[in-house]
Design a protein around this ligand. Structure first.
Ligand code: KG4
Ligand code: ZN
Length: 349
């Protein structure tokens, strides 16, 4: 079976990442996966500042490529193809990684692969698989997307449901900001929720009763906002002692909808395998709720390994490996696309 070694760059948002991966269609070995986070830089602004992000990508990238090569113990001549995220993401950030990977490919006379970030998240549960990509019902929950996809195999995806407004991670981040917790909000809400009661507030479970598999989280965010202004009509900042209950109740509302809709999708598809990926799948309460629901319904569950859950370049290299082995190289004229969509066949019951 043919093997290849890929160097991939991820720079779609506020993490600069470089990974080197070697493998075939069934299994891959990560020779290195380096991440330089900018969270500290953006934290004081309560969100990502695009201009700052792109400047810091250009500063971090070159040393990170050297570090990834040193960690892998190989030189540029051992790389068979160079890849980078083309979208979705911030245009000025995407351009840094995309252009750098193209430049390395041109200089090395090797192929270039332009990769969709969401396909990276979607396939990330299989990076450490020994049997390649298997048919599954996939929930991708990140800061920018919430999607249920039936993954039939590499490149063969059917979109079953998506958010109609905020993504689940975006809801975590916005609610955290309203409460006064740092950016990114997900991990802080999870921590606070551990000492709160999920039943303290009865927040809405949007679209749970609807027959389709789409999501909506903006009503939930507004319900939290109303609760905060009732608790403190002056500036909406809740008293310290109320924070754990608000976080636990909000988190429970998000989790219930994600779990029920994904199980429903798997049943509709007659699927016995669910995968979870994207930044929000780090959430321990979400993982526990999925484990319980999957055991109850006789469904196998694979949650993306923590190292590949939030933005990383190993997931980009993994998609690139499959593309490269299929000979699907990108022209050097290809551009980034901040609004890039996953190439899916839309299925509706
Ligand atoms: O996949 P990711 O790193 O970037 C995007 O492509 O968006 O996801 C980032 C999102 C953020 O919204 C962050 O708050 C959320 O993932 N997140 C979490 C947790 N860790 C990260 N949400 C809930 N619980 C967590 N533990
Ligand atoms: Zn992401």
């Amino acid at each position: 079976m043919s093997h290849a070694t890929i160097l991939a760059i991820e720079s779609s948002c506020d993490e600069t990442a470089v990974a080197i991966l070697r493998g075939n269609r069934l299994e891959a070995e990560i020779l290195s996966s380096e991440i330089s986070s900018q969270i500290d830089i953006h934290q004081e602004y309560g969100g990502v500042v695009p201009e700052l992000a792109s400047r810091n990508h250009s500063l971090a990238l070159r040393p990170l490529v050297d570090k990834a090569l040193a960690q892998a113990g190989i030189g540029l001549e051992s790389i068979d193809a160079f890849a980078a995220t083309a979208g979705p993401g911030l245009a000025s950030s995407l351009l840094i990684g995309h252009t750098a990977a193209k430049a390395m490919a041109v200089a090395s006379k090797k192929p270039f692969l332009s990769i969709n970030h969401m396909e990276g998240h979607l396939l990330s549960p299989f990076i450490d698989s020994k049997q390649g990509i298997q048919e599954n019902t996939s929930l991708v929950v990140s800061g920018g997307h919430t999607m249920i996809i039936q993954t039939h195999g590499y490149g063969n995806y059917a979109l079953l449901g998506k958010t109609l407004d905020d993504a689940a991670g975006e809801a975590f981040d916005k609610v955290a900001k309203m409460i006064g917790l740092p950016y990114p909000g997900g991990p802080h809400i999870e921590k606070q929720a551990q000492s709160g009661s999920p039943d303290a507030y009865d927040f809405p479970r949007s679209m749970l009763k609807k027959p389709h598999l789409d999501f909506s989280f903006s009503g939930l965010k507004t319900a939290v906002l109303y609760t905060l202004s009732e608790l403190n009509p002056v500036d909406g900042r809740p008293p310290e002692e109320a924070i754990p209950d608000i976080c636990a109740s909000f988190q429970a509302a998000v989790i219930e909808v994600l779990v029920k809709k994904t199980i429903k999708a798997a049943k509709q598809q007659n699927s016995k395998f669910i995968t979870l990926s994207g930044g929000v799948s780090c959430n321990g309460a979400l993982k526990n709720a999925f484990e319980e629901a999957c055991v109850k319904n006789g469904i196998k569950l694979k949650v993306c390994s923590p190292a590949f859950t939030t933005d990383n370049a190993a997931m980009i290299a993994y998609v690139a490996l499959h593309k490269h082995l299929n000979g699907e190289h990108s022209p050097f004229s290809c551009d980034v696309d901040p609004n890039m969509r996953l190439n899916t066949l839309v299925l509706r019951k």
